[in-house]
Design a protein around this ligand. Structure first.
Ligand code: FES
Length: 150
């Protein structure tokens, strides 16, 4: 099996995997970074969102063979101690219910705010609309993104 050198959360990792293995499973099964979640596996739900070179990206669709030279940030790397403004806002607004989708929600929100630090409500809704929450915590998610931006 081929070997890949990945840069994840600022550290280099070498993994052996079939070339079509999605980054999601490399993170979870090879590197034990289980904060990134599997929801649909077809790019529809956003649970698997990570940052690739700073952009929110669905890791279930990204083959490990395409990761060469790219820098990945997962929820584990968003901050070392939960101090990222998005994580703080999520806590303050008590966003999660079951919590399953929230890592993906926060990764989408943090990438969005890095490019649009003062969004309108409509921009927040548009940016977050592809991340599905089965508990329907959408109002709290929007409030938390607004708080993180303030
Ligand atoms: Fe990747 Fe749903 S698991 S978008």
């Amino acid at each position: 099996m081929p070997t890949y050198n990945l840069k994840i959360n600022g550290k280099s990792h070498t993994v052996e995997a079939a070339e079509d293995t999605p980054l999601l499973w490399v993170l979870r099964d090879h590197l034990d970074m289980v904060g990134t979640k599997f929801g649909c596996g077809i790019g529809q739900c956003g649970a698997c969102t990570v940052h690739v070179d700073g952009s929110a990206t669905r890791s279930c669709l990204l083959p490990v063979s395409q990761m060469d030279g790219l820098s990945v940030t997962t929820i584990e790397g968003l901050s070392e101690d939960g101090s990222h403004p998005v994580q703080q806002a999520w806590k303050e607004k008590d966003v999660p219910q079951c919590g399953y989708c929230q890592a993906g929600q926060m990764m989408t929100a943090s990438a969005f705010l890095s490019t649009n630090p003062n969004p309108t409500k409509e921009e927040i809704r548009e940016a977050m609309h592809g991340n599905i929450c089965r508990c329907s915590s959408y109002n709290r998610i929007e409030e938390a993104v607004e708080l993180a931006a303030s």
